[in-house]
Design a protein around this ligand. Sequence first.
Ligand SMILES: [Zn+2]
Length: 96
Amino acid sequence: MTALIYIDPQAIHPVIDGVWHRGRFTAIPKPGQGIRMLCGATGTAAFEPLERRRDDGAPKTCFDCEAIYMREHGIPVPPNHPSLQPRPVARRAGRH
Ligand SMILES: [Zn+2]
């Protein structure tokens, strides 16, 4: 007999390298399935009990995902939001 475990896809906030993101999930991803976040980050779905979420410290917020989520839900993004702040430009390796 199947024992169904119901999970709200809207409550899925994947953590990639210590940063939690948002996505547009309408179903629960399958383990190993490639998933894309609102900010464009991608990863392979894996599952752990919630109590392990802070094993490496509290995940940080992906502010790009947050700003996209706010815009999509009609929430004003304040001008001082971290996603709108200038960021250091990554140096390119191997200059010519
Ligand atoms: Zn993100």
